[in-house]
Design a protein around this ligand. Structure first.
Ligand code: FAD
Length: 415
């Protein structure tokens, strides 16, 4: 076996997704010699962007939320050149009928569908107002201390009617949780709702991949090595797929859950949720606003015209439309999605060109209750594990988990 050149390190971090990048950054800031080894050709993990025939396509549609505490702590927003989505969503309730579910505190004039009797009853609106106000203003510790149930139970217990849950919450949250049973932890739901009320959903000008690229750009040059898959852990470091050994007394596994189990076979990880995103190009924009559209019939999770957010996401003045669906549908089912989009947008979608299709297995970890929101990274002496599966399935969760791993490494090594 060959040994690495260039001297030993204090810590090896495996995986340069959001968690690994955050962990490495905090360890470097504390003065440790860190090696961040990434299997792929670039950083980002599940947060990456491609250029496909000039179109900017994220590897699975996702949004950037400015309210995440870790985002505020780590990222400079200006260089990301963010542009926002409309605060709220359009709800397609069938037959081309669209209702506007808008945050009335931000867009009072566009809240006409939030009058009693349209999207919700007066009782629903009162219950929704109370739930939203509590999630927005209660200290995070109070939200965390609440008993954890399924989101469906929490919404029902909050006094929301089945009608509002089925018309809005189930279709909307299916796109957030990547499951449509509303079986995800209510504790996580309340934090998601809070971040949506407090923050702005937006997209960077260069695609979502600009987020990990910025984090990687802040690391010293010698820390990151891409194209460096780790095959296994040893007693004093790791062995790469090419047989090279790297030595360090501390190793942090910051990979996605399936890779983490390969490296740490006794680790328990939650099952994963799968999503598929279709990118279509159209000659004309089917919706002249940067708004997420959801479907009460749940034939898709959400859709939006990306070029209404950033016109240059398409190279040629055409519209780029992103549509996500649950799971990994057969490619022949694209016609079903196209028909649903035709109805929702009131547009002829036959001429739309399929630019690209991404199916992301294990896009998010399942998060049933009780969900601790954050779990220790300590696995065994000198071995740590972090990633969204140790916290919540989100950029916030991954970054926070990486930060926790760094704190625990520092606490253990500097005793
Ligand atoms: C389609 C989709 C939509 C999403 N939408 C949102 C959203 O709107 N908002 C939100 O906040 N979150 C969203 N998420 C979730 C968020 O992207 C993830 O929670 C987060 O990126 C997970 O980061 P991570 O660092 O834990 O893992 P990953 O991003 O999976 O990073 C793990 C890294 O480890 C590397 N690796 C694996 N094995 C090895 C090995 N043997 N050696 C070296 N390196 C290895 C991988 O290549 C990868 O770079 C979405 C995710 C997806 C996929």
């Amino acid at each position: 076996m060959r040994s690495e050149q260039g001297g030993g390190r204090d810590v090896i971090v495996i995986g340069a997704g959001a968690a690994g990048l955050a962990c490495a950054a905090d360890l470097v800031a504390a003065g440790l010699r860190v090696s961040l080894l990434e299997a792929s050709d670039a950083v980002g993990g599940r947060i990456r962007t491609d250029r496909v025939s000039g179109f900017v396509t994220d590897r699975g549609f996702q949004v950037f939320n400015t309210a995440y505490p870790q985002v505020k702590r780590r990222l400079a927003l200006r260089p990301l050149r963010l542009r926002p989505f409309t605060p709220g969503v359009l709800v397609h309730t069938g037959g081309g009928r669209l209702l506007q579910f808008t945050d009335p505190t931000r867009r009072p004039r566009e809240s006409r569908d939030l009058v009693p009797g349209r999207l919700a009853s007066a009782r629903d609106l009162a219950a929704l107002g109370l739930l939203t106000a509590q999630d927005a203003v209660l200290p995070a510790g109070r939200l965390r201390a609440r008993s954890d149930r399924t989101t469906l139970t929490a919404l029902t217990d909050a006094g929301l009617s089945t009608k509002l849950i089925e018309t809005f919450f189930r279709p909307f949250l299916s796109g957030v949780f990547l499951e449509d049973g509303l079986e995800t932890s209510s504790r996580y739901f309340h934090f998601v709702w809070r971040s949506m009320v407090r923050g702005t959903l937006c997209l960077p000008a260069d695609g979502i991949g600009a987020v990990p690229a910025q984090l990687a750009g802040a690391l010293p040059h010698a820390v990151l090595r891409t194209g460096t898959p780790v095959a296994r852990l040893t007693g004093d470091g790791v062995v790469l797929s090419d047989g090279t050994e790297h030595h360090a007394p501390t190793v942090v596994v910051a990979t996605h859950p399936t890779a983490a189990v390969r490296l740490l076979p006794t680790l328990k990880v939650p099952p994963g949720r799968t999503v598929t995103t279709l990118y279509h190009a159209a000659d004309r924009s089917p919706l002249r606003e940067p708004t997420l559209l959801i479907d009460t019939a749940r034939r898709f999770l959400n859709t939006c015209v990306l070029t209404e957010v950033h016109p240059h996401y398409a190279p040629d003045g055409r519209a780029l439309i992103s549509t996500s669906v649950l799971g990994a549908p057969d490619p022949t089912e694209e016609a079903v999605v196209r028909a649903a989009l035709a109805e929702a947008y009131g547009a002829d979608t036959d001429s739309w060109q399929l630019v690209h299709r991404y199916t992301v297995h294990d896009a998010l970890p399942a998060m049933p209750p009780p969900l601790p929101l954050s779990r220790t990274s300590r696995f065994s002496p000198g071995r740590y594990v972090c990633g969204d599966h140790r916290a919540t399935g989100s950029l916030q969760g991954a970054l926070a988990s990486g930060a926790r791993a760094a704190r625990e490494v520092l606490a253990d090594t500097q005793r």
